[in-house]
Design a protein around this ligand. Structure first.
Ligand SMILES: Nc1ncnc2c1ncn2[C@@H]1O[C@H](COP(=O)(O)OP(=O)(O)O)[C@@H](O)[C@H]1O
Ligand SMILES: [Mg+2]
Length: 269
């Protein structure tokens, strides 16, 4: 069911997951997940709640160890590596619920992310050098957050916090960026603007090679507009993987994921 990736990648996949399994008690959070992600792809993971999307993101980023299977990044097996070691290999993520220091300002959160992206994760404190300040301010401008720089995060609405969390993920110049529900908690009429900002900011901050993006999304209009490829999860397995149009038209995906299975009465008005 895999399709040819849109970008040819002579050096092999950025990420190669093979036969990943992970149980929680009797729950199969990952059944048998195999997935290759190629440079420059914008791969969207879809699936209803509990399908295993976050488990996959957590395994790839080292937050959760698979019971079996392997995770290979640019040719290197990182299955047993820590989140920090994986970050150092050019993988960054944002969270379904942003992980921010609420009492700190937006700028200090950025500077703290920069500090830990350099391997100082033991100390949650901002970097102080001029280059870090410049990089932070540049990212804040890219994400339209410059006006909030001096405000404590606790004063800011959810949508702004999501953008900050993603901006923080970009501080270490990742090659692979995993965004877990970047538009959750963002109102329906702001979702497109949020994704436009995210995509534009990622594109303008990719210096050497393209940033490959894997994101989790529930809104199919967003999926259609921003994904170059879609993988559909159900019950800890990938039930379809390929071009967005093909996956979203797949009857199994419509039955188990999008809830839009062709019914007797046809499409809703
Ligand atoms: N830390 C955990 N402890 C117990 N069960 C978990 C844990 N994380 C996930 N699960 C279970 O694994 C399944 C997949 O969860 P998850 O990957 O979060 O799904 P999704 O992100 O697609 O909503 C769900 O049944 C969930 O309840
Ligand atoms: Mg999730």
């Amino acid at each position: 069911m895999t399709s040819t990736p849109p970008v040819q990648d002579p050096t092999g996949p950025v990420l190669s997951a093979r036969k990943l399994q992970r149980m929680f008690g009797a729950v199969v959070a990952a059944g048998d997940i195999s997935l290759d992600v190629h440079a420059g792809e914008r791969l969207c993971l879809i699936g209803s709640n509990g399908a295993g999307k976050t488990t996959f993101v957590n395994m790839v980023t080292g937050y959760l160890k698979p019971t079996s299977g392997t995770i290979v990044l640019a040719g290197e097996d990182v299955t047993q590596r820590s989140p920090r070691e994986i970050t150092r290999r050019g993988v960054a993520r944002s969270f379904q619920i942003p992980q921010l220091c609420l009492h700190m300002t937006v700028l200090d959160n950025m500077l703290t992310a920069l500090h830990s992206s350099r391997g100082h994760a033991h100390f949650l404190r901002p970097a102080h050098d001029a280059a870090s300040l410049e990089r932070s301010q540049e990212l804040l401008r890219g994400f339209g957050l410059a006006a909030h720089a001096a405000r404590p995060v606790r004063e800011l609405p959810g949508g702004v916090r999501k953008l900050l969390d993603i901006a923080m993920a970009l501080t270490g110049h990742p090659r692979l960026l995993l965004l877990d529900e970047p538009t959750s908690g963002v109102s329906a009429d702001e979702k497109f603007a949020t994704m436009d900002t995210v995509v534009r900011a990622i594109e303008s901050h990719q210096d050497r090679s393209p940033v490959t993006v894997v994101f989790v999304e529930h809104d199919m209009d967003i999926v259609r507009r921003y994904a170059s490829r879609v993988a559909a999860f159900a019950g800890g397995r990938i039930i379809a993987d390929g071009a967005p149009h093909d996956v979203l038209e797949d009857p199994e995906v419509q039955r188990y994921v999008t809830g839009s299975a062709p019914a007797a009465q046809g499409a809703a008005a």
